[in-house]
Ligand binder design. Structure first.
Ligand code: PDD
Length: 286
């Protein structure tokens, strides 16, 4: 099935889909995005993703590209047209096309792109069986990482550094030695007495949708969450560590900077969160 993208009002062949060279997303990274998981033909946590999209747009003073309810129709239509049963849908909104000038253009409509991609769910399942490795790096991003901006160059460089070190994710660390989050995921640990720990989302991280839903999952499983910072040293001596994102759900971390976490195998707490996730997350039929 040939892929289809939605670009500014039209469904077009993915291979021909393009935006203008003076789109401000291209020139200034002046835009925001969302990645929403698709599982068994359902969009996962679409309401929360659209809530966060609205927040990101508001913070940058970019208008919604269309009414929110119309956007849900486009998301589901792109998923359907691409025959995505399992995978993800990507939404990007930029401030639009205008002659290059740092100042906001006066009368420019935002640009909207929506794509969908199939991902074999077996790959993540297999990865969860072995767990992933992370490295830690000093924070190198701007202060407003709470906005899901398309300006991801530090994340690109950090994740490439991780790959070259044989790891699958890079954790950004603040100047006090506390873990912030991954290049494209939130960071968690499980203490020796079984409490979940993750950094508060008020400052310095993106408030992950998967993170938010994992709070619901933890409550259902009777697990306690402590929202506080944790250091790299605490993570290395934790009972378990894991990451969360729309593309990984809860994914065990078995090695940090080359040192094994506990016995170097995925822990039972993260696997139980992973297992219960889809029972609790919101599902919207495409
Ligand atoms: N990234 N932190 C960062 C920096 C992220 O880029 C992401 C998601 C998350 C987790 O957020 P959520 O649970 O809403 O996916 C945290 C997406 C998956 C990406 O850029 O591909």
């Amino acid at each position: 099935m040939p892929r289809t993208a939605y670009v500014n009002g039209r469904y077009v062949a993915h291979r021909d889909a393009a935006v203008h060279i003076e789109d401000r997303g291209y020139q200034f990274a002046d835009g925001v995005y969302e990645v929403c998981e698709v599982a068994r033909g359902n969009l996962i946590d679409m309401t929360r993703h659209l809530d966060r999209l609205g927040r990101s747009l508001g913070e940058l003073r970019i208008d919604w590209p269309m009414h929110r309810s119309a956007l849900t129709v486009v998301l589901r239509e792109v998923v359907r047209r691409n025959g995505v049963e399992n995978g993800l849908v990507y939404v990007q909104v930029t401030r639009g096309v205008a002659s290059r000038d740092f100042l906001f253009p006066a009368r420019t409509a935002p640009s909207l792109v929506v794509t969908a991609k199939k991902v074999d769910p077996g790959l993540a399942a297999k990865r969860a069986e072995s767990g992933i490795k992370v490295i830690t790096l000093p924070e190198s991003r701007w202060d407003r990482v709470d906005i899901k901006s398309v300006g991801l160059l530090p994340n690109v460089l950090a994740k490439q550094t991780a790959k070259e070190a044989g790891a699958q994710e890079a954790w950004f660390v603040d100047t006090e030695g506390y873990v912030k989050e991954g290049g494209s995921s939130n960071a968690w640990i499980v203490t020796t007495d079984g409490r979940l720990v993750t950094r508060p989302a008020e400052h310095g991280i993106l408030r992950g949708i998967t993170r938010t839903t994992l709070f619901d999952v933890a409550a259902r499983l009777g697990l306690t969450i402590e929202e506080r910072g944790f250091s790299v040293a605490e993570a290395k001596s934790a009972r378990e560590a894991f990451i969360s994102s729309a593309t990984t759900i809860a994914m065990p971390v078995v090695e940090i900077d080359g040192a094994p976490v506990a016995n170097g195998h995925p822990g039972s707490v993260v696997l139980s969160l992973r297992q219960a996730f889809f029972d609790i997350a919101e599902k919207t039929q495409a």
